[in-house]
Write a protein that binds this ligand. Structure first.
Ligand SMILES: [Zn+2]
Ligand SMILES: [Zn+2]
Length: 363
């Protein structure tokens, strides 16, 4: 009797976070990246467990793991070896059962990598493009995690962001992508990996924005071919990189993609109607209703699976004088001083002009 009771309790504990739906938790990890997938049947996959480079500790992601009561991971997918993606792996694995770890292989010269390698010793494997991991394998609706990029898919580069592992999550007709700091531009050592994998990945419901919405990721080809309904931006307050950037946000808005930010960050201001500073955002996918909900704070937004991006907003996003080298958010106070003869507006930034960074935050 005692044995039966114990095994029942154990089963309940293992499935404590499961609710019969697919959950994607995009954690506010400061200037770090961390996401958790919980399958309808209670299997758990982590995507990066990063260290907040502003507070220089692991408090935020570890507190969230504790809040969920997660004591074991089935899989850990590691995009690449920067501190803000692997820095808290040793902390978590000190009390969570070591999972199967999928990463890009090879090594990296940093103390964070050395600690990561020690914590995951004997657990690491490197997937090939096309490899698919299945959660809830015996369910009629399993969750799949398919690899679309790793080590820049053979393109020669030593840039640590460009070699990020990109994985697409599938559940029924729902699709999401998480790809670390994958790059979409041939500049500053980066190479364009996004364009090559965009067609293979196809349409997305949820896009975890590559590289904290830096200007060199989320290129136009990527957004045109994946046309995400919504996107999650992980950018920490006080970051020194200016994330999220105006250029990245403009491309997302042009694609009709609404965004949710884990923090306000230290870059462009959120545009009303397009960008929400959400904190931790939890996406829950329900195949019974063919909808998914985005819960943040006390709010919940609901989208239909496969609905695609919104149409262009009724109010243009940007305005500028045809004689100026700068452009502005439409409700920047400066726009009022532009003569109607010179005023031009649009949803896409004008070519050859730069964003006026001192605009008052749009309201
Ligand atoms: Zn990186
Ligand atoms: Zn990063």
């Amino acid at each position: 009797m005692r044995t039966i009771l114990l095994s029942l309790l154990l089963a309940a504990d293992l499935c404590a976070q499961a609710n019969g739906k697919l959950q994607l938790h995009f954690i506010d990890a400061g200037q770090g990246d961390a996401a958790i997938l919980i399958s309808p049947g209670g299997q758990v996959a982590a995507f990066d467990i990063g260290r907040d480079m502003v507070s220089q500790n692991c408090d935020k992601p570890l507190a969230y793991y504790n809040l969920l009561g997660i004591r074991q991971l089935d899989y850990l997918f590691v995009s690449h070896y920067h501190e803000d993606h692997i820095g808290c792996v040793p902390n978590l694995l000190s009390w969570a059962r070591p999972p199967q770890v999928e990463d890009r292989g090879q090594s990296y010269d940093s103390t964070y990598y050395t600690a990561y390698a020690a914590a995951t010793l004997g657990k690491r494997a490197t997937p090939l493009v096309g490899d698919t991991f299945v959660l809830d394998a015996s369910s009629p609706n399993p969750v799949t995690i398919q690899v679309f990029a790793v080590n820049a898919n053979g393109a020669g580069t030593t840039d640590e962001d460009s070699v990020s592992l990109s994985a697409r999550i599938g559940y029924g007709g729902f699709r999401a992508e998480i790809g670390g700091d994958l790059t979409g531009e041939n500049s500053d050592g980066y190479i364009d990996v996004e364009s090559g994998v965009a067609a293979a990945i196809g349409k997305l419901d949820v896009y975890k924005v590559h590289h904290h919405c830096s200007s060199s990721s989320s290129n136009t080809a990527w957004l045109t071919l994946t046309s995400p309904t919504i996107a999650i931006v992980s950018a920490g307050d006080g970051n020194t990189y200016g994330h999220p950037t105006a250029e990245c946000l403009a491309r997302l808005h042009s694609a009709g993609t609404r965004t949710y930010w884990t923090e306000l960050g230290a870059g462009a201001a959120p545009v009303p109607g397009w960008d929400t500073v959400a904190g931790t955002a939890v996406v829950t996918v329900d195949l019974a209703t063919m909808q998914y909900a985005v819960a943040y704070g006390t709010n919940t937004d609901v989208y239909s699976i496969g609905s695609g991006p919104a149409s262009a907003p009724a109010t243009p996003t940007y305005a500028w004088s045809k004689h100026s080298n700068e452009y502005h958010y439409i409700d920047c106070n400066y726009v009022k001083s532009i003569s109607p003869d010179n005023l031009q507006t649009g949803n896409v930034p004008p070519a050859g002009k730069t964003l006026h960074h001192d605009c008052p935050a749009p309201r």
